[in-house]
Structure formats: structure tokens, C-alpha cells
Design a protein around this ligand. Structure first.
Ligand SMILES: Cc1cc2nc3c(=O)[nH]c(=O)nc-3n(C[C@H](O)[C@H](O)[C@H](O)COP(=O)(O)OP(=O)(O)OC[C@H]3O[C@@H](n4cnc5c(N)ncnc54)[C@H](O)[C@@H]3O)c2cc1C
Length: 380
């Protein structure tokens, strides 16, 4: 679909990342997923490509600018490798590096941001707890000030990259109160009292790790407080916007992959004496998929334009996120129908896309929470 906001530069960037994904990721992604991890060199190759540097200062190796269209193009093209775990394995840092840049002290920023942005090391965002992820303001992990330190107690779970990351942005309660009782902290994996275990046997995203993190009298320097005490909730919800835009773009990429696989199979496969593409029922499935893709793409372009204008379109982002996961669910299911038994085989990209719909309908703000937020933005 033509993007009215496209420019020469954005087209060139998309072409670069498309080639990168086709050469460096797609041929290996299925094997990585089966093996349960991506090679660490990929973090560094993607770092060298510059995509971890959007919105990050040049002082730490960032690009010194952000462009929502380019960031969305990266997520969309990457999703077309057909293995969502690759984006998840790389992406823990993109949801945690901005709070470090915006809220950490210079010592921390100078030391860790060049490592994260270059892909030499990784960082993760730790908000969700065993007792729940949707109710961010209800988190139970505590951080108590003791002299020059904070002492953290509690658990975080489902933390993407949690087993491999060296650095964590952790939400913890410093006082009672939903909105003003939460603070953010920078925690390093070698902090005393920190440990982690892997979450095994997931439905999808196999080549990315998720972990449960344990904080048992975990002591960190008081200077590791990110921003001010009690202002973590706002920082967390602001940070969600970028994560959600990335997920919408990823889902758009996965939908485009479904359509491509549907069309190529329908052109080739013959039933009842003619190619599937000549059966009206199949043609309608393709029309429906294509229309949903256009709608998500147009919505995403509009959101990117608003973001580039300096706005925070919370309502649009929430509505686009649940619309995209519903549209992806539809496309994945219809593509499986078009492929018949062939799509049911492990290793087929559509089998994986189908398994990976749910994590995108739940993670980063579930469909229910996105609808709730959208209605609240309507003042209701
Ligand atoms: C593979 C994977 C990777 C993840 N990575 C990270 C990560 O890196 N960092 C991180 O912090 N978290 C991460 N998460 C956690 C994710 O963000 C949460 O799973 C999500 O926020 C939902 O929280 P929950 O699973 O605890 O469900 P709950 O909050 O317990 O909710 C359960 C169900 O109830 C619904 N629900 C909740 N409240 C309401 C309501 N008021 N009205 C109607 N329905 C409601 C929810 O939509 C959901 O369907 C990850 C999750 C997965 C599966």
C-alpha cells in the first residue's frame, strides 16, 4: 500500500533492512527457533546496522534522531522472516534502553549505553510479576532505601531476554499508592541477591528466552534509581507506547507474510480441476486479508506521523494494537485453511505465525487492557 509519508530516505532504509533480513536472518531463523536461541553475533550485526540507535544520543553510539516510520519498517521487515522469536530476542533492549537514557545518571549511561546500542550486551524491561502483569500499579516487588543503597525484594516473570541480559530496568514499589508508589531501578545481573531461572516450553518465540527474576534482599546503589522516587508508573506507561507501535508493525509484517504464502500456494495448488485461486471462496479469503492489512498499515502510518509530530497518540496506539492482533489472528487462521495440511507441518512459517499470534494479543498490553485504555481515552 502506498504510504503518503514515504520519502527517498525511508524507502532506502526499508530496502537495506529488507536485504539484511533476507540475507542474514530468514535462511537461518527456523533452525535458530528449533535450537532455542539466536547467535550472539546477530545482536552485534543488527547493532552495526544502526537500528538499536533510533532515538539514542550519538554520544553513546546512537543515531541521534528517531523516525517512527523507519523504526516500524524495521519491525515489519524483520517479522517477515516468519520467526517472531528473533525480534523478541533482539528487542528486549529496545523496550529498556530509553528509560536508561532518559532517567539514569551519567555514570550508568556512559558505561552501559554504548554496550547495549552496539549489541555487545543486552538489557531487559522487568515489570510483570507472578501475581499479574496488566495491573502495573498493583505490583508487589518492593524497594526500600537503606543508607546509600536500595534493597529490592520480590519476583518478576516472563522477562524477555532475562537469562541473557546484563542490565535490567525494574519496576518496584517504594511507597503505598498505585500511581505514585512505583519507582524504576537499574539493576545489573551481578547484583547481590539477584538470581534468575528460564521459563521453558512456550507456545512460540522459542529462540528468545523469557525468565523469572528473583530479588532477595538485592542491594543496589541508591544512584541506580531511575528518575525520581514515585515517578516510575508514568515512565512505564510512556515506555509502553513505543513497545506497542513495534508490536503493531511486527503484526503487520506477519500478516503480509500470511498473504504472500496464501497467494503463492493458491496459485500453485489445484483442486477439482483448477488452481485454488480460481475458487471464489479462496479469492474472498485473500480479499479479506488484503483489506485488513491495508487498514492496519494505514492506521500505523497515521500513528507514525503523529509520533513524528511530537504527539503521543495513546488512544490510536491502543486501538491499533488490538485491531492488529485480531487482524493477524484472522490472517493466520485463513492462511492455514488455504494451505490445508501443508500449513500444519512444523517448520512451515505459517504454522509458527499461527502459534505466535497469542503472545502479541497478550504481551505489551493485552487486547482487553488495550480496549479498556481506548475507552478511557474517550473520557468514559
Ligand atoms: C512471551 C512473553 C514475553 C513477555 N515479555 C515481557 C517482558 O519482557 N517484560 C515484562 O515486564 N513482561 C513481559 N511479558 C508479560 C506480559 O506483558 C503480560 O503477560 C501481560 O501484560 C499480561 O499480564 P498477565 O499475563 O499477568 O495477565 P493478567 O494481568 O493476570 O491478566 C489475565 C487476563 O485477564 C485479562 N484482564 C486483566 N485485567 C482485566 C480487566 N480489568 N478487564 C478485563 N480483562 C482483564 C487480561 O487481558 C488477560 O487476558 C511477556 C509475556 C509473554 C507471554
Amino acid at each position: 500500500m502506498e504510504n503518503p509519508f514515504d520519502t527517498e530516505e525511508r524507502r532506502a532504509f526499508r530496502e537495506t533492512v529488507r536485504r539484511f533480513v533476507a540475507d542474514e536472518i530468514t535462511p537461518y531463523a527456523d533452525a535458530w527457533d528449533e535450537a532455542g536461541e539466536i547467535p550472539w553475533e546477530l545482536h552485534q550485526k543488527v547493532g552495526a546496522l544502526g537500528v538499536f540507535g533510533f532515538g539514542m544520543d550519538e554520544r553513546w553510539g546512537g543515531l541521534g534522531f528517531s523516525d517512527c516510520f523507519m523504526q516500524a519498517a524495521w519491525a515489519e521487515e524483520l517479522a517477515q522472516c516468519g520467526v517472531g522469536g528473533v525480534a523478541a530476542a533482539l528487542g528486549g533492549r529496545s523496550i529498556s534502553q530509553h528509560p536508561i537514557q532518559d532517567l539514569a545518571n551519567d555514570d550508568i549511561r556512559d558505561r552501559v549505553l554504548p554496550e547495549i546500542i552496539s549489541g555487545r550486551k543486552a538489557s531487559s524491561l522487568a515489570i510483570t510479576e507472578p501475581a499479574g502483569g496488566s495491573d502495573v500499579g498493583g505490583m508487589k516487588t518492593t524497594a526500600r532505601r537503606e543508607g546509600g543503597q536500595y534493597v529490592i525484594n520480590g519476583q518478576k516473570t516472563f522477562i524477555t531476554g532475562g537469562m541473557k541480559s546484563d542490565y535490567f530496568v525494574v519496576g518496584a514499589r517504594t511507597a503505598e499508592g498505585k500511581l505514585d508508589g512505583i519507582s524504576l531501578f537499574f539493576v545489573e545481573a551481578d547484583a547481590p541477591g539477584f538470581s534468575r531461572t528460564a521459563i521453558d516450553r512456550k507456545m512460540g518465540w522459542w529462540c528468545s528466552d523469557q525468565a523469572t527474576l528473583y530479588f532477595e534482599d538485592c542491594r543496589i546503589p541508591a544512584d541506580n534509581l531511575l528518575g525520581k522516587e514515585g515517578q516510575g508508573f508514568l515512565a512505564i506507561v510512556n515506555n509502553f507506547n513505543g513497545e506497542r507501535i513495534g508490536l503493531i508493525a511486527s503484526m503487520l509484517g506477519a500478516m503480509k507474510l500470511c498473504l504472500k504464502e496464501s497467494i503463492s500456494w493458491a496459485m500453485e495448488r489445484e483442486t477439482f480441476g483448477k488452481p485454488l485461486i480460481r475458487h471464489q471462496v479462496i479469492r474472498h479469503k485473500i480479499a479479506d486479508m488484503s483489506a485488513k492489512i491495508d487498514m492496519v498499515e494505514a492506521y500505523l502510518n497515521q500513528i507514525c506521523w503523529l509520533v513524528n509530530e511530537g504527539r503521543t497518540p495513546v488512544a490510536e496506539i491502543s486501538k491499533a494494537k488490538f485491531s492488529a492482533s485480531k487482524a493477524l489472528e484472522f490472517c493466520a487462521s485463513e492462511t492455514m485453511q488455504i494451505l490445508g495440511g501443508a500449513g500444519y507441518l512444523r517448520g512451515h512459517p505459517v504454522e509458527r505465525v499461527y502459534r505466535e499470534v497469542k503472545v502479541q494479543a497478550i504481551g505489551g498490553g493485552s487486547e482487553e487492557i488495550m480496549r479498556d485504555l481506548a475507552v478511557r481515552q474517550m473520557g468514559l
